[in-house]
Design a protein around this ligand. Structure first.
Ligand code: OAD
Length: 229
């Protein structure tokens, strides 16, 4: 085995104290997704959207990587082949655990983006919707997050990597949000071995060759130890 692609979701950061979206008490049970995670919501009330992501950013900056993030960083360090992490998470806990080969397909809380000119820069801890873009001065600063109705980042690179992988592993994601939820279909069609690691059964567990059930901080280190022999 030479190439492993790992897709992660909110479940990998849950035990770092960051909320998931669709579990009981998940973020989307408390916030209206259409108001805080769509371009239309941002156009209607940018201050509300910045408040939402400022709170997410504060939580993420105050959180620490857990044993699952650490184990994935160990996998990248010690595995003889390539390990790519494709994360739907907007926190930077994979990087802070030491993973270097990470694609943030839904963007990152650490980034700011000008909705006017497309300029990107590091986000301050608290973003202000009235602040001007450092490049074009337009008061159009937004978090560098991919919202519903927008195209996730680096899709070509991700699809090529999944297609060329020997093993595709989906960790802590509900499989409810496309295109990420469809990567397992792509892997399956390409004859790539597939593994799901999750606390709960997901809607389509039969799509995976193997399923490991349990909290990520226990299951991921055990699986990494198995791979590294
Ligand atoms: P969800 O909240 O939809 O799903 C979280 C998954 O993590 C569920 O399947 C849980 O069973 C699992 N889980 C919870 N705690 C766990 C633990 N300790 N160990 C292992 N698994 C655990 O979150 P995502 O699938 O990441 O997008 O959501 C996908 C996207 O929907 C997000 O990136 C976000 C959201 O709306 C945008 O905002 C664009």
């Amino acid at each position: 085995m030479q190439r492993i692609v790992v897709l992660t979701g909110a479940g990998v950061s849950a035990e770092s104290g960051l909320g998931t979206f669709r579990d009981k008490d998940g973020l989307w049970t408390r916030y209206d997704l259409s108001k805080v995670a769509t371009p239309e919501g941002f156009a209607a009330d940018p201050a509300l959207v910045h408040d939402f992501y400022n709170a997410r950013r504060a939580n993420a900056l105050d959180a620490a990587p857990n044993a699952a993030h650490d184990a994935l960083a160990r996998l990248e360090r010690e595995f003889s082949g390539d390990v790519l992490i494709v994360t739907q998470n907007v926190d930077d806990l994979h990087e802070r655990a030491g993973s270097g080969n990470v694609i943030h397909m839904h963007g990152a809380l650490t980034g700011a983006l000008c909705a006017g000119c497309g300029h990107r820069w590091p986000a301050p801890r608290v973003m202000d919707h009235k602040a001007g873009c450092p490049a074009c001065t337009a008061p159009a600063t937004r978090p560098d997050i991919v919202w519903f109705g927008e195209v996730p980042y680096q899709m070509d690179k991700i699809q090529e990597a999944v297609f060329a992988a020997d093993l595709f592993v989906s960790i802590g994601t509900s499989g409810e949000v496309y295109p990420a939820a469809g990567f397992v279909d792509l892997a399956d069609a390409a004859g790539v071995e597939t593994l799901e690691i999750n606390l709960e059964p997901t809607p389509r567990p039969d799509l995976f060759d193997r399923v490991i059930k349990g909290p990520a901080t226990q299951t991921v280190p055990a699986w990494v130890a198995e791979i590294l022999g």
